[in-house]
Design a protein around this ligand. Structure first.
Ligand SMILES: NC(=O)c1ccc[n+]([C@@H]2O[C@H](COP(=O)([O-])OP(=O)(O)OC[C@H]3O[C@@H](n4cnc5c(N)ncnc54)[C@H](OP(=O)(O)O)[C@@H]3O)[C@@H](O)[C@H]2O)c1
Length: 352
């Protein structure tokens, strides 16, 4: 690649924004040239405006960078959005209308029929919706791509090879979701400590819907959703990072138990074939120990981009059961968006 593509982060001081800054500060294809946040942070040095929460140090080349207002006048070609949900909808549209490519973490546009909800390993062909999106909305260069909810990405990656090989008929999933999924400061400590909270607002609906969009087919300028139902139970647990999910699945076609991990191991998706910089190799790490994956031991697999699966058993109610785990602020948020952008660059879909 000749010149790096200039990118910005919207909401750069938040939990997901910081992950973006960490992943983009030294990226081989992208140069981070703009950071934005709320008016309270705008005008300050990033090092002063941001309370850095990651175990890595704030990248030294970012500390003096000025935080800008979140308006489509910043100097870059692509933006990664880590804005709060309500704000993200209109602001991301403003950026796209002004010609920026927008890679969003927020839920605002995930279910728009002409907006790809993308996992590069699962549905890279959904990028074809961008042509429809631009035509419908009158955008010449700009676009919006979304990545899924942080629990939906793990589940969908585990289901994709099973859908390909056996077909999926129905799914029951229980999540145990880390606290960082609620942003910073997130859940009050006196609610979180010594506790499990069996409610995360809006999460169960997202987890029931998003995998079916991603595993669906592009038809007539929209997506025909995969035709299976998902029953989701979402719980907040007192771990810092990592979402662990226990899953039961009914399959369309019968499978021997050993064929399930074989389908995961044999999966060879496009980002790994293209050798994208952020693509984990392998995308699914199959654990064979009886007590893995575990949140603390396995969330950093593949530098937080791999999804770990294991504990495959038969199910007396549906057909099979297993455990899936991923890092919610890397594979479930910032890393997912960066991989989306890498896929578009590799496919020469970015016009700078
Ligand atoms: N946390 C996760 O695991 C996760 C996973 C997937 C998706 N997401 C989604 O990613 C988005 C960001 O989540 P988060 O956890 O990073 O939230 P967060 O920690 O609360 O950060 C929010 C960011 O938005 C900025 N902001 C707030 N109000 C603003 C305004 N009026 N104008 C411009 N900027 C404003 C904040 O800047 P200030 O510092 O100046 O207030 C901060 O940089 C959300 O839509 C969330 O649903 C989160």
């Amino acid at each position: 690649m000749q010149e790096k593509i200039r990118v910005g982060v919207l909401g750069a001081t938040g939990a997901v924004g910081q992950r973006f800054v960490e992943l983009l500060a030294d990226h081989p294809w992208f140069e981070l040239t703009a950071l934005t946040a709320s008016d309270a942070s705008a005008g300050r040095r990033y090092g002063d405006a941001c309370r850095w929460l990651l175990s890595s140090d704030m990248p030294p080349n970012m500390t003096d960078m000025p935080v800008r207002e979140t308006s489509p006048t910043i100097e870059c070609d692509l933006v990664f959005s880590a804005l709060p949900g309500g704000l993200a909808g209109p602001v991301e549209e403003e950026f796209a209308a002004a010609g920026y490519g927008v890679f969003s973490n927020a839920s605002a546009h995930r279910q728009d029929p002409d907006v790809p909800l993308l996992i590069p390993e699962v549905n890279p062909d959904h990028l074809s919706l961008i042509a429809t999106q631009r035509a419908r909305r009158g955008w010449e260069r700009g676009f919006i791509i979304t990545n899924p909810n942080c629990s939906a990405v793990m589940l969908t990656m585990a289901l994709a090879p099973l859908q390909d090989v056996f077909g999926v008929r129905s799914v029951v999933v229980n999540t145990m979701q880390g606290l960082s999924g609620a942003g910073y400061p997130g859940v009050p400590s006196l609610d979180a400590l010594d506790n499990v909270i069996p409610f995360i607002g809006g999460e169960e609906d997202k987890l029931a819907l998003e995998p079916c969009k991603m595993l669906g087919k592009v038809r007539d300028g929209g997506v025909e959703f995969a035709g299976f139902a998902i029953s989701a139970h979402c719980n907040r647990v007192p771990v810092r990072e990592g979402h662990l999910e226990t899953v039961s699945v009914a399959l369309e076609n019968p499978a021997e138990l050993e064929e399930i991990p074989a389908a995961w191991r044999d999966w060879r998706p496009l980002p790994q074939q293209l050798n994208l910089p952020t693509a984990p190799r392998p995308p699914l790490v199959v654990r064979t120990e009886p007590d893995r994956p575990q949140t603390r031991l396995d969330r950093d697999a593949g530098r937080g981009m791999a999804v770990s699966v294991g504990r495959v058993r038969s199910c007396d109610v549906l057909d099979i059961r297993f455990v899936v785990l991923g890092h919610n602020t890397i594979r479930g948020a910032a890393g997912a968006s960066v991989l989306n952008a890498e896929l578009m660059v590799a496919q020469e879909m970015i016009d700078t």
